[in-house]
Every structure is written in structure tokens, then in C-alpha cells.
Design a protein around this ligand. Structure first.
Ligand code: NAP
Length: 752
């Protein structure tokens, strides 16, 4: 985190790319009943309905039209004037009915429809003005239970949908899972959910509406043993995280681990035998000789591939040197014949790990449908081929390597990667329920500088990374359970969030970032407009009497939001408007000008946050309708901390203090005003009370002193004493300066 103390705004402090690994939390997801969504008027909304089952598409289209929507014809209407897409994808088509052709066709149609709308939908900042609703038929509990008769490939669209807000942040998204794909059932679910863009995943089973909630859960005790007699096949395990596992298993249990890759190793290629220095030298020469961008791109791609294969060479050589039984077999897991041939020629496996995966990060508008399908193919078709090969076997464990990107949305550029990973989890549920195969899908966050994630520095804006040693340890523990289902590992949540994700995964529990995330969500209220890196407009309701902090201040007898709460609210909104790329930022100073009369609680507050500058000096101006502004200034690092004054005096007393019910009362001595310590729970009655960044009593005191332009340092929340020296107010915690603000004469102009 920061070099010194607790950051003023933890949200923005995110992770240093060189030190981003944090322990992960083991989470599992469960369907829970939830209340019905409010009905929404569809009159005049233009909807495109997609899907490979034409009768179902027609039926749902007719139901939407009957509800007042204008249903666009998919083959004719390519204009931007579509409000939303209802995507039935492979719903209504059985998993075995048409092999894998249907999902490719459906995913191509989905990709092309989204790409066609991408520019217009990307320009739209009104939240939920456009939307994407995907329907799946996995049994009504999103496949988590009763998945046997469902269509698990719906998982492709679940992953796709949940990742879209990363790229189209104002888009409303939802995935609706139905018990079975009867036209009336599907149409009823679509009409019940369309227009309610809150939770991302909803299911209907036996008339009950379900959502998914996450909770922390310890790994089960070992139920299987591994030893030298075990053979473990790891698809794509010759490099990246798969090889880390291969080594771990071979070292710890003496297993024979068969790792695979897409083809034979090019042992005769001249570059294959070079050492790294010579190879790098050759690469530099070729890149220097490249003519034009295309040539350069080709040379870079070729060299990346050579490096990958040389990594495989080095891994295998090192393993052999260390006496580990790790052998390499060429096998493209998307080719059924190759997978069958692999299982024919290696000793019978007792454990299979489907680890192969590709990720070519690019925004969806820059991706072709073929590229999207190819990324999903490795996960989905690879899984199908491996599953067919293991059906006659009695496995101790079958492990799918999935990703948090699939479960909760990936990074910008990973919509297809998220789709493939999410499908893997749902295919695992289906294989468990339909065939009794002990499939467990592990959804990993980014491993620390290991494997597929090309831009590590960008990845650490999203979540903290996983230390490879911890990953391998946890992976082995999961394999030894022989268990099934899906397990997600998540470290700390970074700053690259979009508001829709907070409401989409609202039922998340059991994680240390919940207070921060709930605090952000509470302060957001209802988001009306959002343009990343520039502007956010929201409506925040405060209800008198609902929180202790709303009993502190009255203006002309009416309850008002305390200045400290509004300043904190402004800081929380500022968290969403950061410089492009989410660089690490520190809140270093504030400047508020708020008329207390405008803070009276007589309806929701309209707030707008607007950012400007660059990452060296970034400012967010938060305007509170009818009350004034709070200007927040950020820099990449906190400025040097001043020394505490040596001969301070107490700040002047003021008469119009707050009630002291939630904030407590300040106490004056000759040389300081002592501030009571106020915790978030003193101010709020919510389960996850929003943590504050600056001690609220310090803000209230500064406001009354007319010192409304404080510089703040990390740990400003711990300020417990204010002193004055030379016309400047200093906030202190012990002998440490936590804030500093010039005294002005403005206080006399304020309304108490
Ligand atoms: N690294 C992470 O932070 C992270 C996080 C979450 C999930 N994951 C998952 O972990 C798995 C491994 O990724 P990684 O990070 O270790 O990436 P990686 O270093 O790029 O390794 C990917 C592996 O997949 C293999 N592969 C790709 N397509 C294949 C195909 N059609 N048939 C057989 N093998 C194929 C590659 O083999 P060749 O290229 O040699 O053919 C390579 O061995 C992936 O499924 C990924 O989604 C990784």
C-alpha cells in the first residue's frame, strides 16, 4: 500500500506492480432466493432478439412486442438505434443435438451484434440506457445444482455478459437462467427481468427467483492420496501456471506428470537451441530489419512464440536435471483425435487437469468473431474432448483451470477469455451431475508474473496477484479433496472497477474489502451517468433518522447531512473518476465550499464528479446540487510530511458545534483541541459501515474554523488533535502531522 501509514483513499492506492501479491481468500458461490424485480415499462424500447432456435426467438420476440417493445429484425436492422439485446444464444438447443456447431454460430452472432453497437453504446454515458440480457437454461440455479439436464454452454454467455461492463461501463447487463427452455418459460423470465439492471445473475427454479451469493469457505480435508503410481495429465502444462503445478506434484508426490502443448517441440529449428542471450540478440536484429508495421508485428509474434517454446525446453530440461518425472506430449486439446491418441499412448491417468488456455486481450470492437470463438474453443472444446476421453476411467480428480475473469468479469479486452472460463465452470457442473465425473473448477486471479496475463502492470489495477508458491500449495490441496464444484480465489480488490459491478455482485460476503466496497456503493446511490476517467452523476438519498450521523446537525431546525459526511461522500465519488489507466494516486488536498442550508435532508442529493488533469496532478470537482463543491486533488505520491509545530496553541472555540451524539464532543485545552475518536459504526447503521478517510471530527472542526483547504497525509483518519501555529491548523496523531490547513476568515460567512 503506501510507504507511510494508512492511505487516505484506499481505493486509489491499489497495488504497486512490483509488490502486488497478497494472500487470496477461498470463496464459493451459492444460489439463494431473492425478491422479485420491479416491473418495467418496455413501451417503445427497441430490442434485438438473438438465438439459434428460431421458434424460441420468434416466441420471445412476440412476447416483447406484446409488452410494448419494438422488436428489430436481426438480419435487417443493423442500425445503432437498438436499446438492448435479448440473447437466447443456444437456449433451446440440447448440448448433444448438434455437436459444437451451434455455440460457434451463436457466439459469432453475439459478437457481431455487440460489435455493431459498440461505438454507439460506448458513446452513451446514461447508465442502463442500453442493455444486454442473456438467457441460459442450466436448470434455473445457474448450473450450481441440478445441472444434469441443462445446457452448460450457456456459461459462455454468462461470462461474456458479466465482462461487458468493463468495456461498456454504462451498459445494463443481466444473465437469466431458466429451469428449462420451454418458450413460455423463457419469455416469462425475460419479461420479469428485462429493465432491472441490478444483480448480474438471476435464476428461476420451481417458481422461485434466485441470485448467487459468495461466501468464504475453507478447503475440505484430503480425501484422495497421490504417489509415484499416479499419472497426471495437464493440458498445456509445459509452461505458465500449469508447469508450476506439474513441478509441485512431481516434487511432492513423485507422480508422473504428462504436460502437453499444441504441437511437437521444434527441436530442429536453429533458434530452439540458442541460449537466451543469443536468442535475444537475433530477435533484436530481426526487429530492426522489419519493414512496416505488419512486418514488425509478425516478427514480434514469432519471437514471442519462440520464447514460449524455449521456456518449455528449459522447463523440461530443468525437471529432468532435478529427477522429476515430467514428460511432454504434443496434443492440441481442441482436436478430438489428438486427445484420444494422447490417452492411448500415455499410461492411464488418475488425475486430469484442463489447464490449456489462450488470451489475446483486445477490446471487443477490435476482435473478430473468429478470434472470440478461438479463445472459447480451447476451454470449451478442450474440456469436451478431455471429458469424453476420461468417461471410461475412474479418476481421483478432474480439475478445470478457470478464472476470476469468468466468474466476476475480466479486464478490458477479455470478454472472450471471460466467456471461455465461465463456460468451463458450468461444463464442470454438468459433467458432475450428468456423468458423475469429479470435476472441480478453480477460478484463479492473476498469478504474479506467471503465465498468460500479458500486461501485468495493468492487471494489478484490478486485483492483487497470487504468489505462485501459494497458488501451487492451494491447487494441490484442492486436488487432494477429490471434490467437485467451483472454487474462486480472490485477493484484494483494486481500483479498476465500474459502478455496475458493485450492484451486479451485491450479495458478496466474507471478504476483507467489503466495508470499502459497500461504502463506495452506499455513497454512489443510483448512478445516472458514468463516463470513465471523466464524469459521474448520481442521486444519493439520505433518510433522516436512518443513521446516527444524520442526528448530528440541524439547520434552522431541520436535519442536515454533516459537512464531514458530505466531504467523505465527495471523496468516495472522486474514487470513480481517476486518470486514464488507473495509475496509483494519493488524495493530497481538499477544498470544500458547502453551504449548510444546501445540506438539509429534504430529498435525494444530486451529485456530479468531474475529473481533469493528468496523473501528476489530478483534480476531481464534486458538485452537490444546491450546496456547493468539494475539489479533490491527487498526486502519484504523498508530499513530504511537515514536522509538528513546537509551540502550538489551541484553535479558537466555536459555539455552533455538532450535537455530539455520534461524533462525540471536542475538548479544548490550552494548546490543542482534542477530537473524540469516531468509528464508521458510530456514524452508520449499515452492516458494512463506510470507512472514512479523514477523521470526521477534524473535518467538522476545520469547517467551523474556516480552514477548508486541508492538505492530507496517509492516516488522516487517525487525526485526534488540532493545533494552531502561525495561522495554520495542524492535525496530529501523536507527533505525526496528518493534515494541515490555512486559517481563513471565511467562517463568518457560513450558515451554522
Ligand atoms: N496466469 C494467470 O494469471 C492465470 C489466471 C487465471 C487463470 N489462468 C488460466 O491458467 C491456464 C494456464 O494459463 P497460463 O497463465 O499458464 O498461460 P500460458 O503460460 O500462456 O500457458 C498456456 C498453456 O496452454 C497451452 N495451450 C493453449 N492452447 C492449447 C491447445 N489448443 N491445446 C493444448 N494446449 C494449449 C499452451 O501450450 P503451447 O502454447 O505450448 O501450445 C500453454 O502451455 C489458462 O487456462 C488460463 O486461463 C491463468
Amino acid at each position: 500500500m503506501t510507504a507511510s501509514g494508512v492511505p487516505v483513499r484506499p481505493h486509489l492506492v491499489s497495488f504497486d506492480p512490483d509488490s502486488s501479491a497478497r494472500p487470496v481468500h477461498r470463496m464459493t458461490w451459492h444460489p439463494v432466493p431473492v425478491e422479485a424485480a420491479p416491473p418495467v415499462d418496455l413501451t417503445g424500447r427497441r430490442v434485438l432478439v438473438l438465438g439459434v432456435d428460431h421458434d424460441l426467438v420468434a416466441h420471445v420476440g412476440a412476447a416483447l412486442a406484446a409488452a410494448g417493445a419494438i422488436v428489430a429484425a436481426p438480419d435487417r436492422d443493423t442500425t445503432d438505434a437498438i436499446d438492448g439485446i435479448v440473447d437466447l444464444n443456444v437456449t433451446g438447443v440440447g448440448i448433444d443435438a448438434d455437436g459444437t456447431g451451434d455455440w460457434r454460430r451463436a457466439l459469432t452472432a453475439t459478437t457481431e451484434a455487440l460489435r455493431a453497437r459498440y461505438p454507439a453504446w460506448g458513446r452513451e454515458h446514461r447508465v442502463d440506457h442500453h442493455w444486454y440480457l442473456a438467457v441460459t437454461a442450466m436448470g434455473g440455479l445457474m448450473g450450481y445444482r441440478h445441472a444434469a439436464d441443462g445446457q452448460p454452454l450457456g456459461g459462455v454467455w454468462a461470462g461474456f455478459a458479466k465482462c461487458l461492463p468493463r468495456e461498456l461501463p454504462a451498459l445494463g447487463v443481466k444473465v437469466v437462467d431458466v429451469q428449462h427452455a420451454a418458450p413460455d418459460v423463457v419469455a416469462a423470465a425475460v419479461l420479469a427481468e428485462i429493465g432491472s439492471w441490478d444483480l448480474f445473475e438471476i435464476g428461476y427454479r420451481d417458481g422461485v427467483r434466485y441470485a448467487l451469493t459468495a461466501r468464504a469457505e475453507a478447503v475440505e480435508p484430503p480425501a484422495v492420496t497421490l504417489g509415484p503410481d499416479d499419472v497426471v495429465v495437464v493440458s498445456g502444462g509445459a509452461r505458465g501456471v500449469g508447469f508450476a503445478l506439474a513441478r509441485g506434484l512431481a516434487e511432492r508426490f513423485g507422480c508422473h506428470v504428462v504436460v502437453t502443448g499444441r504441437g511437437p517441440l521444434p527441436v530442429d529449428a536453429p533458434w530452439f537451441g540458442l541460449d537466451h542471450a543469443a536468442h535475444d540478440e537475433a530477435q533484436r536484429a530481426e526487429i530492426a530489419a522489419a519493414r512496416g508495421t505488419a512486418d514488425l508485428k509478425r516478427a514480434r509474434a514469432a519471437h514471442r512464440r519462440e520464447r514460449e517454446l524455449r521456456d518449455v525446453r528449459d522447463h523440461l530440461a530443468q525437471a529432468a536435471h532435478d529427477g522429476l518425472r515430467i514428460t511432454y506430449e504434443p496434443c492440441d486439446c481442441t482436436d478430438e483425435d489428438q486427445v484420444r491418441a494422447l490417452f492411448d499412448r500415455v499410461p492411464t491417468p488418475t488425475v486430469v487437469v484442463h489447464n490449456a488456455g489462450i488470451d489475446e486481450p483486445k477490446r471487443l470492437d477490435l476482435k473478430t468473431a473468429d478470434e472470440v470463438v478461438r479463445t472459447v474453443d480451447v476451454k470449451v472444446t478442450g474440456f469436451g474432448n478431455l471429458l469424453r476421453a476420461v468417461l471410461p476411467l475412474r479418476l481421483k480428480a478432474f480439475c478445470n483451470v478457470g478464472s476470476v475473469a469468468g466468474r466476476m468479469g475480466g479486464m478490458i479486452g477479455q470478454v472472450d477469455y471471460a466467456a471461455g472460463n465461465e463456460a468451463l465452470a458450468r461444463l464442470g457442473f454438468h459433467a458432475r451431475d450428468a456423468y458423475g465425473v469429479p470435476v472441480r473448477t478453480l477460478c484463479w486471479p492473476t498469478w504474479d508474473r506467471l503465465g498468460v496475463i500479458a500486461n501485468h502492470d495493468a492487471a494489478v489495477r484490478y486485483v492483487s496477484t497470487l504468489a505462485p508458491a501459494e497458488g501451487v500449495e492451494r491447487w494441490i490441496a484442492e486436488l487432494l479433496t477429490g471434490g467437485t464444484g467451483e472454487v474462486m480465489f480472490l485477493g484484494r480488490v483494486g481500483s479498476a472497477l465500474v459502478p455496475g459491478q458493485l450492484r451486479g455482485f451485491r450479495l458478496f460476503t466474507g471478504h476483507p474489502d467489503l466495508a470499502r466496497l459497500h461504502g463506495l456503493a452506499d455513497h454512489l446511490g443510483v448512478v445516472e451517468e458514468f463516463e470513465p476517467f471523466r464524469r459521474l452523476r448520481c442521486r444519493r438519498a439520505y433518510v433522516p433518522g436512518s443513521h446516527p450521523c444524520l442526528a448530528e446537525v440541524t439547520v434552522a431546525g431541520a436535519p442536515a447531512v454533516p459537512v464531514s459526511v458530505m466531504v467523505e461522500q465527495a471523496c468516495a465519488l472522486g474514487d470513480w473518476i481517476v486518470p486514464p489507466g488507473w495509475p496509483r494516486q494519493h488524495l493530497v488536498s481538499l477544498d470544500w465550499s458547502l453551504d449548510h442550508r444546501g445540506l438539509v435532508v429534504d430529498g435525494p442529493f444530486g451529485l456530479t464528479a468531474e475529473g481533469s488533469g493528468d496523473e501528476d496532478l489530478w483534480q476531481v470537482t464534486v458538485t452537490v446540487d444546491g450546496a456547493g463543491t468539494v475539489v479533490l486533488t491527487y498526486r502519484p505520491t504523498p508530499p513530504p510530511r511537515p514536522l509538528a509545530p513546537t509551540t502550538p496553541t489551541a484553535p479558537p472555540r466555536f459555539a455552533d458545534a455538532w450535537a455530539g451524539l455520534a461524533l462525540g464532543r471536542p475538548r479544548w485545552t490550552a494548546d490543542a483541541v482534542h477530537l473524540p475518536v469516531t468509528t464508521p459504526a458510530d456514524l452508520w447503521t449499515t452492516t458494512f459501515a463506510p470507512p472514512h478517510g479523514i477523521a470526521p471530527t477534524a473535518v467538522e472542526t476545520l469547517d467551523r474554523l474556516g480552514a477548508r483547504r486541508p492538505e492530507v497525509w496517509p492516516d488522516a483518519r487517525d487525526t485526534d488533535r488540532l493545533v494552531v501555529d502561525g495561522g495554520v491548523v495542524f492535525g496530529l496523531h501523536g507527533d505525526t502531522v496528518t493534515l494541515r490547513a490555512p486559517l481563513t476568515r471565511e467562517s463568518s460567512t457560513r450558515t451554522p
